[in-house]
Design a protein around this ligand. Structure first.
Ligand code: IFM
Length: 459
């Protein structure tokens, strides 16, 4: 099933995923420095339940429990992220060897169980000193990221073959710097566009260094969305949403340029001091694979105050700097996140993306759903037929996309454990496994058993 660094694609390879700040806890252990999420979560009003990631699932202390769950699940690979502030507490320079020890043990424990490790280098926990120096809107952060990526690859590259540079840079740039919903909580559209460019540059520089060191499995993970206009009048707004959500990443990665309609909206991307000579050439052609995270489609309508569309995209207006007259109209049924459940969106997205990134294999790097989880069996384990149905129908959509010609090699369920869901704190549960908030004991849900059976039934 795995051929070299990537699954061979003969059948869909399965995995599951987590991210460091969402599961590890132990945020003061072994010399870890502060990250922007520690700082952001400490500000009143940022996280709905007032929580943070200081305990999370306690995975830093409970590595053996997590490894046992992964081994029993039978996944081909595990996608985890490395916490930059554990490796470089200052974001540059000094390396903290104790931080590396955890990931060494994680990687070795996975390989012992026949699970291929897939390491994400950045899943949002920027070292706070780098934010204090300007964060992603500052060019230097991209250079520091490339150094950090090189350091991690030097240590783990003998055992890790699949590398994701960034997870969902759209969230880092636009939720973090424009909408203020994610760390660091800034509300400045121009800063978000500068951040987007520097995230891409950081990816490109890191991918170049990893390739020069012999890596062959380097990709990026994007939360792309199919954009469906509700009416012909909404076509223009839908094109803008597609530009800010999807093409801002894909055009530079594939063609080495930003599209004209995006440049019309985004003054920083027309600034020679931000987008310097050679930057886009560094980004273009940097992918051995592309990770696609999918949860829901974007149905775009022209905003109508009479339909309750006050403020255009409502609370998301600021996340799309330059777009004001559009509204998102998710249909029922929806998950606890309010996200429409629509497997056809995943099929559409994969077929469209395969056409946009010709020759680059796709991995579905996240897909899953938050539900209420209020039913239990006689042993007290959560019975979650709605999550099973979500996974089942979305896996079927991936298979349809494959039959339709999209080169999709893997499906990775989000997520192994109920965890810290960013601004939603612990109120939204996506896990295949429940985590008791008091004892941190792991209790597999029915969906975990279903996924294990499904994986075993795959030839
Ligand atoms: O929990 C997040 C994850 O960190 C990034 N992708 C979306 C998930 C659900 O919101």
């Amino acid at each position: 099933m795995m051929s070299g660094h990537l699954p061979d694609g003969k059948v869909l390879a399965y995995g599951t995923a987590t991210a460091s700040y969402q599961v590890e806890g132990s945020t003061n252990a072994d010399g870890r420095g502060p990250s922007i999420w520690d700082t952001f979560a400490a500000k009143p009003g940022t996280i709905v339940d007032g929580s943070d990631g200081s305990v999370a699932c306690g995975s830093y202390e409970r590595l053996d429990d997590d490894l046992a769950l992964l081994g029993e699940l039978g996944v081909a690979f595990y996608r985890f992220s490395i916490a930059w502030p554990r490796i470089q507490p200052d974001g540059q320079g000094r390396i903290e060897p104790r931080g590396f020890d955890y990931y060494d043990r994680l990687v070795d424990g996975l390989l012992d169980r026949g699970v291929a490790p897939m390491a994400t280098l950045y899943h949002w926990d920027l070292p706070q000193p780098l934010e204090d120096a300007g964060g992603w809107p500052a060019r230097d952060t991209a250079l520091r990221f490339a150094d950090y990526a090189t350091t991690v690859h030097e240590r783990l590259g003998d055992r890790v073959q699949l590398w994701a540079t960034l997870n969902e840079p759209w969230c880092s740039a636009f939720l973090g710097y424009a909408a203020g919903k994610h760390a660091p909580g800034r509300e400045d559209g121009d800063a978000a566009y500068r951040a987007a460019h520097h995230l891409l540059l950081g990816h490109g520089l890191a991918a170049k260094r990893l390739h020069e060191s012999g890596a062959e499995g380097v990709g990026i993970v994007l939360n792309l969305t199919p954009v469906w206009p509700e009416t012909d009048e909404a076509n223009g707004a839908a094109r803008v949403v597609d530009a800010i959500h999807n093409r801002v990443w894909l055009d530079p990665l594939v063609h080495g340029r930003y599209a004209d309609d995006l440049l019309d909206l985004a003054a920083p991307l027309r600034d020679d001091d931000v987008v310097r000579d050679g930057d886009l050439a560094t980004v273009a052609g940097s992918l051995d694979w592309l990770g696609v995270n999918y949860y829901t489609p974007a149905r775009v309508a022209v905003a109508d105050p009479d339909a309750g569309d006050e403020g255009g995209l409502g609370q998301m207006t600021q996340a799309y700097p330059g777009l004001a007259d559009a509204a998102f109209r998710p249909r029922a049924p929806r998950t606890e996140m309010g996200w429409e459940i629509e497997p056809a969106g995943l099929e559409d997205l994969l077929v469209q993306t395969a056409g946009r990134v010709p020759g680059v294999p796709l991995l579905v790097t996240e897909n899953g759903a938050a539900f209420g989880d209020d039913e239990r069996d006689a042993d007290g384990a959560i019975v979650d037929p709605d999550r099973i149905d979500y996974l089942d129908t979305h896996i079927a959509a991936v298979e349809r996309a494959r039959q339709g010609g999209a080169d999709v090699r893997a499906y990775i369920a989000w997520t192994l454990l109920d965890n810290f869901e960013w601004a939603e704190g612990y109120t939204k549960k996506f896990g295949l496994v429940e985590v008791d908030p008091e004892t941190l004991r792991r209790i597999p849900k029915a969906s975990y058993r279903w996924y294990a059976d499904h994986i075993r039934a795959t030839p």
